[in-house]
Design a protein around this ligand. Sequence first.
Ligand code: FCB
Length: 419
Amino acid sequence: MFSAMRCDLKFPENFLWGTATSPTQIEGHIINEWTDYVASDGGHCRVACNHYHLYEQDIGLMAGLGVNAYRMGIEWSRLQSAPFAPLNQKELDRYIHLIDCLKAANITPMIVLHHFSNPLWITTSGGWLNPATIPAFVDFVKKIVAALKDRVYLWNTFNEPDTYASLTYILGGFPPFQKWKLGSYRKVIKNMAKAHVLASEAIRSECRGGRTPEIGIAKNWTFFQAFQFYAFWDHALAEISHHVFNRFVLEEFMGKKRRGASTFLGVNYYGRARLRHFQALVPTNGVPKNRLDELGIICDDMFERHPTGFGKLLGKLHRYCGLPIYITEHGSASSDEDFRIRDLTGHLSELRTAMNHGVDVRGFFYWSLLDNFEWQFGYTKKFGLFSVDFNDELLPRKTTRVAQFYEEICRAARAVPAP
Ligand code: FCB
């Protein structure tokens, strides 16, 4: 049996303990470039977890966990029907009500403004390759911030620009499914980085006179390493991947001339990819679990786990940008709940150690509140603190032991008694 107390996980009182989700993955009833997409398991996001209608119930689940924060997206395609259009009042009112329900449950929202999805009118006009997307996005940001600034101070402009740009234009996993277009990858990152700077100016100017906003991106971090010590070609590919997906992206968003745009860095951390003869040894790359076991690689259903890397990474990013850090996503997908609990314990103790060494981490958001639509993989990857029965049209949620463990951590850390 694992116990939060036994892990000695003591954190500052004002630390944010939360869960994270994204609109396309949970809401359902969305019209964006994912609506007609069919995942590898035959699933689609048209209903997803029906959080669109069930959000009050889901906030009840969060309140039961004792979390004090929630990282959620606002879906651009719901709010604007054309570039520079006024926001759709009905959809805006729904988000406002959702946020008011969070507030009533003492849960602080962190709002993500772009999480892998665009309105169709953006997609059909070239998406993030088209520079005209930048002012259109900034206009959306300006309007949504004006509408929510009295309720929200934590703004996450982009979620994982590197994942988005690589899956759209290098790996062909996300619409428009293009492969090996390195120039397009670069362009998307550059356009998103420009949009981040302009969006952050817009957020600051909209919030003038009110509570000072906190602004940042969420950077996915994967360690790329060679599996075999002497395989110099794998070392070379790992170095190139690190440069393209980590270093270049960080520099574009947070390099010297852009440092001032962000007040925090969000970190999404799932582990590492080790390369063997140019092949990434991870389940998402189709390598069978038994083969990974044979090689001694510890994985969940998607990534190789690497908790010690987490501590090192936090120190490194702290030295790089000197900004407060939020762990905007961490979690694991597996039907083995003991594995997930061990994994969480290992990562939280790395986090605690990094903080003891002076890394300023302000919050941790568990991915994810619910089992959900995991993009190319559909409903096969179970990241939820609450499982969802997708075979039942009522989509009932069920608590997991991981949720019970996380609740113990949240309550112990914040000295909040169970109801
Ligand atoms: C992250 C994404 C999130 C989810 C998790 C598993 O890269 O931000 O939407 O897919 O991975």
